[in-house]
Design a protein around this ligand. Structure first.
Ligand SMILES: *[C@@H]1O[C@H](CO)[C@@H](O)[C@H](O)[C@H]1NC(C)=O
Ligand SMILES: *[C@@H]1O[C@H](CO)[C@@H](O)[C@H](O)[C@H]1NC(C)=O
Ligand SMILES: *[C@@H]1O[C@H](CO)[C@@H](O)[C@H](O)[C@H]1NC(C)=O
Ligand SMILES: *[C@@H]1O[C@H](CO)[C@@H](O)[C@H](O)[C@H]1NC(C)=O
Ligand SMILES: *[C@@H]1O[C@H](CO)[C@@H](O)[C@H](O)[C@H]1NC(C)=O
Ligand SMILES: *[C@@H]1O[C@H](CO)[C@@H](O)[C@H](O)[C@H]1NC(C)=O
Ligand SMILES: *[C@@H]1O[C@H](CO)[C@@H](O)[C@H](O)[C@H]1NC(C)=O
Ligand SMILES: *[C@@H]1O[C@H](CO)[C@@H](O)[C@H](O)[C@H]1NC(C)=O
Ligand SMILES: *[C@@H]1O[C@H](CO)[C@@H](O)[C@H](O)[C@H]1NC(C)=O
Length: 895
């Protein structure tokens, strides 16, 4: 009867499709045995006619049924409801699927299947690739036989009442990509056999009663992206091997009984976005090199542990961070006094550092977050305007605020730590309160003097001057400052902190022995180069971490000063574009060591052309995309020093070999020992100049004149030319040959003629018409950087913009409206690039150009300056006679 009906139906449907010329291949169920099995399943589970109408063809009409060539390959009864009769005595009765021999996926999630998983399931449905039985009210144990379903790619058993242990046989499911056993009552430990699940991308065993340690072998599951073991009873420490999971995006180990400290190896989790290790018994301070590596973090939970020590200040500058809960620990320290320009996401970003031991003033760093809980710490001082609306500030030591700790509590906290409490701004009864910062400075001087005992007063003064350096950790797009959420007005900014050499931001402390071992006793084989600030050695730390170690001999006064400055710099600055300092060893009096992260691609100088081992004359040059990326990266780093630091910092050693490259060719600026505050800046006192005097004689770089941002820009221009032309060594030298080369090269760069640039193009670059425009743009930028007049060189931030939008440089500048745009903020970077040499570029359009003036002079940019090809400006005062120059060229200090 049933068969007859279906035959009629079949014929009718066939006619239907013929009539309407339908080309879709509709396959009806062909297997009689499978039809019976489906009907049996339907009645055993009590499925409704609504979803599975009994009289029509299952393959074409039953909901959730998937057929291939007339055979059932997939069943999805997820969320189906049973008939009233079916609901009376629901059972885990899916025996019928044994007769669906090609079944590859079975999804019954959210469908009641009270009962336990039958043993036969693992022995009879071998084709199964996906089994989803989550939220099915299953109980009992996971049968050992499930390990025989070796085709499985996904196994979901979450949200049931499964008990017993996790069978080790699951380790045989070699093809498994997703294993979700979360939200059950599983006990025992995580099977060691999981080491075989090499294809696993998701492992979720959260919310069970698992105990024992986290097997270190999980660290071998290199494809793992999601690992959630939270809410179990796992104990022991976090295995260092987890740091090998470089694909991991999500790591949740919260609510366990983990103890010990966080292994520094976790810095290998470079793709991590969520890190949850809250509610454990973890202790000690966090490894200092952890967060500089985890730059993708968005969500971080460290709360309810026993962390102590200085708070990892690197966390503040992680760009995408939008949730940070470090509450209920013993973190201590002051907030960095930096303003982070507020990015779009930040009005919803959350910061919770309540119930810790933070002290000092509230600083603009918290502006990054929309909700802030800083209660139950020891913050002192006034509450700045920006902290009034969105912050919980109870139980601190803040002035003019309700619900604060009392004087005794606050004073004793500060006294215990040898700090001075501001006493709520009231004069102290017993003694007049000394100015807070003065006092700190004085204490610092004492500390520093003892730390650097032999170094003497001059060095200490250098440090104090260096301390005035404050950098913004700027986030988001640069034009956001105009939206009104900019930095706080001067008057409201709390007094500057950061008046201490923050050793936590100087990385780990290493012993002299460790350094000696790492470099094989400073063997010549490990010597990279003898730099002017110290000798650089390759090294390998215990644990196989590759580093670069700088050995500084303090008997040389030049090196001593460079060292002090660099140390101070690293304690103040952190930026993803600066080479990461991993640690230091300061225990010897006359010999200090700085330990940097090893850069696999060395520097631009050695990477631009790489020898390839195979092939005889094999030189492989960096492709254009990478070159542009490097240019942008270096510009970002310099722009940070020039524009986000107060006073502006000048790198002074911009050249290809200072542009370090990590494994992904991301730029990390190195050679930071020359960095200094810009000359003539208000912060820079006469003392600094005094201090610099002895140095000027020593180095090739000419002491004072290069301490301007414009000097960096000039040098950067040479780096850009190096990228365009492939002419190595230009950026590192100032000699006559280089000068000649520049003179003969620059005329080929014209904003009016794209093709000219092909004459100077690196022959090893493979460039199509589109890329040529970018090359041309970079050349134009390079040329404007090489303007002989320092004041006419573009600011670094405009250079960055131009490199980020190379096509704008060449396409828009031609248009007649260009001049109009120069007054609007949108076009200002563009104008800044062109203003300086547009008027002279008509001279340039014709090649060759008039011969340059002969110059002597010793100042490096004066040299190249007067020797530039822009004859008219060579003498330095003709610009005012140019009628248009003013309107084209925006004020340099314009924002
Ligand atoms: C499974 O069936 C449910 C209910 O019919 C449906 O909402 C869902 O989209 C189906 N899922 C898949 C993966 O086909
Ligand atoms: C499978 O099919 C065979 C033959 O049609 C039948 O004897 C058997 O009972 C079926 N088994 C199940 C579990 O439905
Ligand atoms: C099972 O079906 C539900 C409902 O459509 C769906 O959300 C779930 O992703 C499916 N399971 C798998 C493993 O595809
Ligand atoms: C199931 O796997 C076990 C090994 O775990 C094996 O000994 C057994 O023979 C398998 N059973 C079947 C039916 O394949
Ligand atoms: C692991 O995944 C890859 C790609 O997804 C696949 O080619 C390979 O067959 C899988 N390995 C196993 C054992 O299934
Ligand atoms: C881990 O699992 C728990 C409980 O199942 C859940 O609350 C938590 O959000 C998961 N963690 C992540 C990072 O997804
Ligand atoms: C902080 O340190 C104190 C004193 O050592 C200790 O009693 C307290 O439990 C610690 N708090 C946390 C959250 O670890
Ligand atoms: C901050 O953390 C504490 C302790 O974990 C918690 O009680 C408080 O509710 C959190 N604050 C906010 C605003 O979520
Ligand atoms: C604190 O409040 C008093 C009166 O409420 C006011 O006179 C004083 O200026 C306030 N101090 C600060 C630092 O805001």
């Amino acid at each position: 009867m049933v068969d007859q009906w279906s035959r009629v139906f079949l014929i009718c449907s066939a006619l239907f499709f013929l009539l309407f010329g339908c080309t879709v291949q509709q396959q009806f169920l062909v297997s009689r045995q499978e039809r019976l099995a489906l009907l049996q399943l339907r009645s055993a589970l009590g499925l409704r006619a609504k979803e599975w109408p009994i009289k029509s063809d299952p393959c074409t009409t039953w909901a959730g049924l998937q057929c291939t060539n007339g055979r059932v390959t997939g069943i999805n009864i997820s969320g189906f409801r049973r008939t009233r009769r079916g609901n009376e005595n629901p059972q885990f009765s899916i025996d019928a699927i044994q007769n669906l021999t090609l079944l590859t996926s079975f999804n019954a999630s959210n469908f009641e299947l009270p009962g336990s998983i039958p043993e036969w399931l693992g022995l009879r449905v071998f084709a199964l690739q996906m089994l989803d039985l989550s939220s099915c009210s299953i109980n009992g144990a996971i049968p050992f036989t499930l390990g025989n379903l070796t085709s499985l790619v996904q196994l979901h058993l979450s949200d049931n009442n499964l008990t017993g242990i996790v069978p080790s046989s699951l380790g045989q499911l070699f093809g498994l990509s997703v294993l979700d056993l979360s939200q059950n009552s599983l006990t025992g430990s995580i099977p060691e056999t999981f080491i075989s699940l090499g294809n696993l991308t998701l492992l979720d065993m959260s919310l069970n009663f698992l105990s024992g340690e986290i097997p270190p072998s999980i660290g071998t599951l290199s494809r793992l992206q999601f690992l959630n073991l939270s809410r179990n009873s796992l104990s022991s420490s976090i295995p260092a091997q987890l740091g090998n999971l470089s694909s991991l995006v999500d790591l949740d180990l919260g609510f366990n009984s983990l103890s010990g400290s966080v292994p520094p190896e976790l810095r290998g989790l470079i793709n991590l976005q969520r890190l949850v290790i809250g509610n454990n018994f973890l202790t000690n301070s966090l490894p200092s090199d952890l967060f500089p590596s985890l730059t993708r973090l968005q969500f971080v939970v460290l709360s309810h542990n026993g962390f102590n020590g200085d708070f990892p200040n690197m966390l503040w500058s992680i760009p995408e961070l939008r949730f940070l809960d470090a509450s209920v620990n013993n973190f201590t320290g002051m907030l960095p006094n930096v303003g982070l320009s507020v990015n779009n996401a930040s009005n919803t970003a959350v910061l919770n550092i309540s119930q810790n031991l933070f002290y000092g003033n509230l600083t603009p760093v918290i502006q990054r977050f929309g909700f802030v809980d800083m209660s139950e710490n020891y913050f002192e001082g006034p509450v700045p305007v920006y902290a009034r609306g969105n912050a919980f500030l109870g139980r601190n030591c803040l002035r003019n605020s309700t619900n604060q700790r009392n004087v005794t509590e606050c004073a004793s906290f500060y006294t215990d730590r040898n700090l001075v409490f501001d006493n709520f701004g009231e004069p102290n009864r017993t003694q007049p309160p000394p100015r807070n910062t003065n006092k700190r400075n004085r204490k610092l001087v004492i500390i520093l003097a003892s730390v650097f005992g032999g170094i003497g007063l001059i060095a200490v003064m250098v440090i104090i001057i260096g301390m005035l350096i404050i950098c913004k950790r700027k986030r988001g797009t640069t034009n956001q400052r105009s939206t009104g959420v900019g930095p706080v007005p001067e008057g409201e900014t709390p007094p500057p902190h950061g008046v201490s050499l923050n050793f936590s931001s100087l990385g780990d402390g290493f012993s002299y022995n460790q350094i000696v071992q790492a470099t094989s006793e400073f063997s010549d084989a490990n010597l990279i180069k003898k730099g002017h600030s110290g000798d650089l050695f390759r090294g390998i730390l215990e644990g196989g971490i590759h580093v670069v170690i700088k050995k500084i001999d303090l008997n040389s006064s030049v090196k001593k000063e460079a060292y002090m400055l660099e140390l101070d710099l690293f304690s103040k600055l952190s930026h993803p574009r600066l080479v990461p300092l991993l640690g230091h060893c300061l225990e010897n009096e006359n010999e200090k060591f700085l330990v940097y992260k090893y850069m696999p691609n060395a520097d631009l100088y050695s990477s631009l052309f790489k020898k390839i081992n195979s092939g005889d004359d094999g030189l492989k040059s960096l492709d254009w995309i990478t070159r542009l990326k490097i240019a942008i990266g270096a510009a970002e780093g310099l722009s940070y020093l020039h524009h986000d630091c107060t006073p502006p910092l000048v790198h002074r050693d911009v050249q290809a070999s200072s542009i370090l490259l990590d494994d992904k060719y991301e730029v990390r600026l190195g050679s930071l020992s020359e960095v200094c505050a810009q000359e003539g800046d208000i912060y820079q006192s006469r003392i600094t100049r005094l201090l610099r005097m002895p140095q000027t004689s020593d180095q090739g770089v000419s002491g004072k004149s290069n301490a301007t941002c414009a000097y960096d820009v000039y040098c950067f221009g040479k780096v850009l030319l190096e990228l365009v032309t492939g002419k190595l060594g230009i950026s590192s030298s100032n000699d006559a040959t280089t000068k000649d080369w520049l003179e003969s090269t620059l005329p080929y760069i014209s904003i009016y003629d794209k093709e000219l640039v092909t004459n100077i193009l690196d022959p090893s670059l493979i460039i199509d018409e589109d890329l040529l425009e970018e090359v041309w743009a970079m050349a134009i930028v390079a040329r404007s950087c090489l303007n002989p007049k320092p004041t006419r060189r573009p600011l670094m931030r405009y250079i960055l913009k131009a490199l980020e939008n190379p096509l704008k440089v060449v396409r828009e500048e031609h248009t007649s409206s260009a001049r109009l745009r120069t007054t609007s903020s949108r076009g200002s970077w563009n104008a800044a690039l062109f203003g300086s040499w547009r008027q002279s570029s008509s001279d340039v359009a014709a090649v060759p150009v008039a011969p340059p003036h002969k110059v002597e002079g010793s100042g490096s940019f004066k040299q190249s300056g007067t020797s530039g090809s822009q004859n008219g400006d060579g003498n330095g005062h003709s610009s005012s006679t140019r009628p248009h120059s003013k309107e084209i060229f925006p004020e340099q200090n314009e924002d």
